[in-house]
Design a protein around this ligand. Structure first.
Ligand SMILES: [Zn+2]
Length: 207
């Protein structure tokens, strides 16, 4: 039975990498997938899903006016949606119906909350309607699990107010633990630099 899936995480946790891996798995079996990303997120170019491991693929884009039930999915085996926190509540309902009335699995990847700790409406609806929910884990620089992300200004000071959506300036966002978000910074923006980890917890597949 097809389901609606939500894979959520803080920023820089490898969501796009996982999405592209799943697409590749389907295609290795000779199946067709449809990839979507949010038009508003053009950090790497409009309609690009980009892994921080330097893999990139073209994708269809969606915005607030997109109707996922108006699309002919033909022989599509799976719909994969990146940056799914930008979906509207209506679009999440459409995707839920797509899975259950047309039997096309829909796997969404996105954030759970914004830099203020408030939920994105799309994420809240996904957490409400998805039958299969999984957290993609990543670590804070201090070694604890990162469960939120913060926005910082050019001097490194944490910003707590402002618009929910501010695309670009990725270096200003840091995935951090909940214990000390004002102090901790993520080093995941520099993948070449190993994370110094006094970890009580390590991410591993299947956990
Ligand atoms: Zn921390």
């Amino acid at each position: 039975m097809a389901k609606l899936f939500y894979r959520y995480a803080a920023m820089n946790s490898g969501k796009s990498t996982q999405l592209l891996q799943i697409a590749n798995n389907y295609e290795m079996m000779g199946k067709t997938v449809q990839l979507y990303t949010a038009a508003i997120d053009d950090r790497f170019g409009l309609g690009k899903i980009t892994s921080r491991l330097n893999i990139q693929r073209d994708a269809l884009t969606y915005d607030d006016s997109s109707d996922f039930l108006a699309v002919d999915y033909g022989n599509t085996a799976c719909v994969l949606i990146d940056e799914a926190q930008f979906l509207t509540p209506t679009q999440v309902q459409q995707l839920h119906r797509l899975a259950h009335t047309r039997h096309v699995p829909v796997i969404c990847f996105g954030l759970r909350s914004d830099f203020r700790g408030e939920p994105f409406p799309g994420a809240a609806w996904l957490l409400s309607l998805a039958e299969d929910i999984e957290e993609i884990k990543t670590i804070c620089q201090c070694g604890r699990k990162a469960t939120m992300h913060v926005r910082r200004d050019s001097s490194g000071k944490r910003i707590k107010e402002g618009p929910q959506v501010e695309i670009g300036g990725d270096a200003r966002y840091h995935a951090v633990c909940a214990k000390s978000p004002d102090r901790c910074r993520s080093s995941t923006h520099s993948p070449a630099r190993p994370v110094r980890c006094r970890s009580r917890w390590h991410p591993s597949p299947g956990r």
